[in-house]
Design a protein around this ligand. Structure first.
Ligand SMILES: Nc1nc2c(ncn2[C@@H]2O[C@H](COP(=O)(O)OP(=O)(O)OP(=O)(O)O)[C@@H](O)[C@H]2O)c(=O)[nH]1
Ligand SMILES: [Mg+2]
Length: 212
């Protein structure tokens, strides 16, 4: 039996090359951002509980569009193209930088970011830029230190501490956790954080409602 969770039932809506192709700017959405190959699409799939919802790849630069997924509640999850992959032609990189800026600064329905960082390479320039940006826009951010299965337990804990310290001295509104799409470490915590960013009611349903 599958257990219900807040991101259950996500389905593909569309892939947009430009911001204008996104759904009308109404309702509530959150976006998955991060450097190329950080594990954005894998995180989205794991959180939604659908194996191949968003396309993932060993080769960086897989997600080339803003991919929109709808939830039955009407909320949206947006998988953003990875940033900083050198082999993507410069014209395309400039295109994405521009679209990303337009999207992040003008999208009213955007309520929060899930910023995914490879736990082995956290807090790179792009990540700092995103954190600065989201803080300036008063956008909440939930950081996933992804691919945690690549580190030992003690290395994970150490990196989490370092990132926490770093975030404390960075303009930042939000939270951070360890995550692995492969071992599903941190999945429940991340689902809850995403649901909260979306403004969903996350209070547990009464397990044994009393009638009468
Ligand atoms: N070991 C491990 N590998 C992961 C994890 N998450 C993602 N990967 C791998 O990392 C690679 C990139 O994952 P994607 O989810 O496609 O990354 P992305 O950030 O969406 O990449 P772009 O769309 O290219 O920017 C793939 O080979 C994934 O299988 C994880 O938690 N653990
Ligand atoms: Mg991707």
């Amino acid at each position: 039996m599958s257990v219900q969770h807040p991101l259950q039932g996500a389905y593909f809506d569309r892939a947009a090359h430009i911001v204008r192709e996104l759904p009308a700017d109404a309702g509530i959405e959150i976006a998955f951002a991060g450097r190329s190959n950080a594990g954005k699409s894998s995180a989205l799939n794991t959180l939604a509980g659908v194996k191949a919802l968003a396309r993932t790849s060993k080769t960086p630069g897989r997600t080339q569009q803003m991919v929109v997924f709808n939830l039955p509640s009407g909320h949206r999850l947006i998988d953003l193209p990875g940033y900083g992959y050198a082999k993507v032609p410069e014209t395309l990189r400039n295109h994405w930088r521009q679209q990303l800026e337009t999207y992040l600064s003008n999208r009213h329905s955007l309520r929060g970011l899930v910023l995914i960082m490879d736990i082995r390479h956290p807090m790179r320039d792009f990540d700092r830029e995103m954190l600065r940006f989201s803080a300036a826009s008063e956008l909440s951010c939930h950081v996933l230190l992804s691919k945690a299965d690549k580190l030992s337990r003690s290395e994970r804990a150490r990196t989490l501490q370092q990132v926490r310290r770093d975030l404390a001295s960075t303009p930042f509104i939000g939270t951070v956790q360890i995550f692995s799409a492969t071992t599903r470490l941190g999945v429940e915590e991340a689902r809850l954080a995403v649901a909260q960013l979306l403004g969903m009611d996350t209070s547990p349903a009464p397990s044994n409602p009393v009638s009468g």
